[in-house]
Design a protein around this ligand. Sequence first.
Ligand SMILES: [Zn+2]
Length: 76
Amino acid sequence: MLTCKQFLQELNDYLDETLDPKTRAELQRHVNECPNCWVVCDTTEKTLRIFKGMEAQAVPEDIQKRLWSSLIQCLH
Ligand SMILES: [Zn+2]
């Protein structure tokens, strides 16, 4: 079972769909069982989608960092 911290470390690749199927399945399982990570995953995914729609090269790292750091604080 993944921890939330591990999940967040892999989240970027998960959303980029660059993970191998096994890791991806583990992340999928975590997000299904963990409401906190589900919210982060959902929010990040939507944010990425909006930014990608606006600007081809845009990966909103600034927003991601802020989102993740606030979540990691919640977990501690
Ligand atoms: Zn979690």
